[in-house]
Design a binder for this molecule. Structure first.
Ligand code: APR
Length: 466
């Protein structure tokens, strides 16, 4: 590492000789940092970022008064705002998180100008690592090599059952989140959640492993868009060596209160002067830094190219969604057509069944009517002979064939004929059939009477005396 800049003279302070303050940066300004970079002193830059770099993409940060996410959670009825990311609260009541996840789901936001600083530094071989607290995965969308990215608080990239820890398909979880339903593990029934680090959970092992080695090597720390409120991420700023310059680009000062934290106002009289701050929007601060380093045109071109790429990806996504939708509509139409055919078939069957039932009822009513008429009209002795007497001689003995045994169509045949006729809705034919049915019925009723008489008296009824 290049030897730090130092002021030659030893200073007396209140009569005591104090070591000279070593100026790593000429002062606490952005231009001092740009100068340090242009002198080639920054070869292993670490970038730490928070929600402030994504607000320009349309994603709320957490703590900005009035606009931060934690100011907008009343609808979830939480005991305190962070509960939405608290693992013990989640286990009892997962719905606030999944409702919020619907708003945070990646896929609808694009990386900001600030995000493209990462691939720019990587392209120049100056980026050691990017440590982000964000779960929106926008760093990945800039094309940054995964090796150079540590998502300290996890992301929506993967999902896991919190009970059996089976890794589940994130697309499946995404579908649940979009349908506002809670995903339960198909293996053990436990709750499934994206691998976002909740309060009360350990940070990813990769975070601890890489932080241990990276921060010792770091020769310029750039901190972007974070309030540095959350441990252990915020303490990373104290893990760099005392000669490593540190730059905060944020709307407000942050990270001054912890031991070894930032000292923008030279309050702690650290032995080295190395902290710089740009108070304002990340995109403005990053643009200013790039300009001072002579990288603004390159960074702008990467940002624009990235946006075009995102636009094409979004259009492809929209097209494939439209194709999926079209296919789903076609399948739905097919299913609807089949259902209609099935319904028609069923209705036809029902109609036939109904017609048969109708016909049967008519027959029964007719039979009753006839039977009544018969019962009233005919006296026992004046029963009409079943068969005409042959001229001049009476037939003796059991009639060879009683009309009852004649091949009179059975009731079922009549029903069949009637329902076919009824269905053809040929009313005349139906009334003819009724007349025919009448005759048939009269005959069959008489035959019934004859047969009954034979059975009762064991002899054919005597033909009436003429
Ligand atoms: N430019 C610069 N600074 C910004 C911008 C912007 N466009 N937008 C917001 N900021 C600043 C805010 O003023 C605030 O200081 O960014 C900071 C964002 O702070 P937080 O909302 O606390 O977000 P962050 O620091 O990322 O939170 C850390 O807390 O709840 C947890 O898991 C959550 O990862 C999150 C962690």
């Amino acid at each position: 590492m290049a030897s730090p800049r130092s002021s030659a003279k030893t200073r007396l302070q209140k009569g005591k000789i104090v070591e000279p303050r070593v100026h790593i940066l000429k002062d606490g300004s952005l231009s001092a940092v740009a100068e340090y970079i242009k002198e080639g002193k920054a070869k292993n830059i670490i970038v730490m970022s928070g929600a402030g770099i994504s607000t320009a993409a349309g994603i709320k940060d957490f703590r900005s008064p009035g606009t931060g996410l934690y100011d907008d959670l009343e609808k979830y009825n939480l005991p305190y705002p962070e509960a939405v990311f608290d693992i013990s609260f989640f286990k009892d009541n997962p719905s606030p998180f999944f409702r919020l996840a619907k708003e945070l789901l990646p896929g609808r936001y694009r990386p900001t100008f600030t995000h493209y600083l990462l691939p720019l530094l990587a392209r120049k071989g100056l980026l050691l690592r990017s440590y982000t607290q964000n779960i929106d995965m926008l760093e990945r969308l800039t094309g940054l090599d995964d090796e150079l990215l540590v998502e300290a608080h996890g992301s929506f990239a993967t999902s896991q059952c919190i009970k059996c820890e089976v890794v589940t398909d994130s697309k499946w979880v995404r579908k649940h989140i979009l349908k506002s339903s809670i995903p339960y593990c198909e293996t053990c029934g436990g709750l499934v959640k994206p691998t976002i680090t909740f309060f009360g959970e350990d940070l990813p092992a990769r975070f601890g492993r890489l932080a241990l080695q990276d921060f010792k090597k770091c020769d310029l720390l750039i901190v972007l868009g974070t309030s540095l409120q959350v441990e252990p991420f915020n303490r990373l700023i104290t893990r760099v060596g005392p000669e490593c310059p540190r730059l905060l680009i944020n709307r407000e000062k942050a990270g001054e209160e912890m031991h070894g934290g930032f000292d923008f106002d030279d309050k702690w009289k650290y032995p080295t002067v190395r902290d710089a701050v740009f108070l304002g929007n990340c995109d403005d601060g990053v643009r200013e830094l790039a300009k001072l380093c002579g990288w603004e045109g390159e960074l702008q071109a990467m940002f624009e190219a990235g946006n075009i790429e995102m636009q094409i990806a979004e259009e492809m996504e929209a097209l494939s969604l439209a194709a999926e939708l079209e296919e789903a509509v076609a399948v739905a139409n097919e299913a609807e057509k089949e259902a209609e055919e099935e319904a028609e078939e069923k209705a036809e069957k029902e109609a036939k069944k109904g017609a048969r039932k109708e016909a049967k009822k008519e027959i029964e009513k007719e039979t009753k009517r006839e039977a009544k008429k018969e019962a009233v009209a005919v006296e026992p002795e004046t029963k009409r002979p079943l068969q005409k007497k042959e001229e001049g001689k009476e037939k003796e003995g059991r009639q060879k064939e009683t009309p009852a045994e004649k091949d009179v169509p059975s009731e079922d045949d009549v029903v069949q004929q009637l329902s076919e006729r009824l269905l053809s809705t040929d009313l005349n034919a139906a009334s003819e059939t009724f007349t025919a049915a009448d005759e048939i019925l009269a005959v069959s009723t008489e035959s019934v009477v004859v047969v009954t008489t034979i059975v009762d008296t064991k002899e054919a009824p005597k033909p009436a005396q003429v």
